[in-house]
Design a protein around this ligand. Structure first.
Ligand code: C2E
Ligand code: CA
Ligand code: CA
Ligand code: CA
Length: 278
């Protein structure tokens, strides 16, 4: 009997040290977080290169944990996806983002599109189209001011997604492909999907001044997008050299720390006039 104790300890120990217990705890806490209103949204401006104005922002979810402090979405979104919590959380994010866009309009800010990230689980939830419709009705946000960001990994099931995206387009919202170029999917979906916008992933832009291959890839994406009549957002712009290259290449929007980190809804309202002038 006594010999079983160390065995059990041995059995559990590696998992504990690998952080599985912590992950399970985080998952439990994540479930409580929605009811406890521990989530909020920040918004990162996207600058229209041609007009030098902000006409869109990306909503990014934040979790302020009572004891752990700030937990990164890179950490909790995967857990929310695996545990199914992404369905209620995703709905809350969409509602909150649309309601905020409406509040900005009522405060007299110029019209801004709000981009909301969709998780794969949300794409396959039964009533997504209906839910989006309802949220737009409740918040009285014009559909053209909502953009949903999907990733290439979601394009694996082409037929099903094509149908769904067409239904979403019928409502009048915009669709963007996020992290473009990082997935392994074939480009053929670009001709079937009703897409409005490509977002070039930060990994391509990061070394653009130093790496000719990255430069070639970004140029290729920009020219392809132009031919397909898609708008392009370049993500993660931190340096003026990157900006110069993208302006040269005809990129439409830039998003990155060079211009602004993700900021609160209040900061968007308060700084808007200043942001708009820069
Ligand atoms: P993403 O959708 O690609 O979002 C862009 C990420 O890049 C954000 O990180 C943003 O803060 C960061 N970023 C923007 N500009 C710069 C820059 O110039 N330099 C650097 N180093 N980073 C920059 P964040 O907010 O930590 O989000 C990480 C990821 O978590 C997102 O990547 C997205 O995949 C996921 N995520 C965030 N919010 C949501 C959400 O509301 N719903 C879902 N489903 N996923 C979300
Ligand atoms: Ca995104
Ligand atoms: Ca992205
Ligand atoms: Ca990303």
């Amino acid at each position: 009997e006594a010999s079983q104790i160390p065995q059990r300890v041995l059995f559990y120990k590696p998992y504990m040290s690998n952080g599985l217990a912590d992950r399970l705890l985080l998952e439990q806490e994540l479930h409580k977080a929605l009811a406890n209103e521990e989530f909020y949204l920040d918004f990162q401006p996207q600058v229209n290169i041609k007009t030098d104005k902000i006409d869109s922002v990306e909503a990014l979810v934040r979790w302020r944990h009572p004891t752990r402090g700030f937990v990164s979405p890179e950490q909790f979104i995967p857990i929310a996806e695996e545990s199914g919590l992404i369905i209620p959380l995703g709905k809350w994010i969409l509602e909150t983002a649309c309601a905020q866009a409406k509040i900005w309009r009522e405060q007299g800010l110029p019209p801004m599109k709000v981009a909301v990230n969709l998780s794969i689980g949300q794409l396959f939830q039964q009533d997504l189209v209906h839910m989006v419709q309802e949220i737009l009705q409740c918040t009285k946000l014009e559909p053209k001011y909502l953009q949903l960001e999907i990733t290439e990994s979601m394009t694996m099931n082409i037929d099903q997604i094509t149908q769904l995206l067409h239904e979403l387009k019928t409502i009048g919202i915009q669709i963007a492909v996020d992290d473009f170029g990082t997935g392994y999917s074939s480009l053929s979906y670009l001709k079937d999907f009703p897409i409005d916008c490509l977002k070039i992933d930060r990994t391509f832009v990061r070394n653009i001044q130093h790496n000719p291959n990255d430069e070639a890839l970004v140029s290729m994406i920009l020219s392809m997008a132009k031919h397909l009549r898609l708008k392009v957002v370049a993500e993660g712009i931190e340096e003026v050299e990157q900006l110069a290259f993208l302006i040269d290449g005809g990129c439409d929007y830039i998003q990155g720390y060079l211009f602004s980190k993700p900021i609160s809804a209040e900061e968007i309202s308060n700084n808007f006039k200043e942001l708009h002038r820069r």
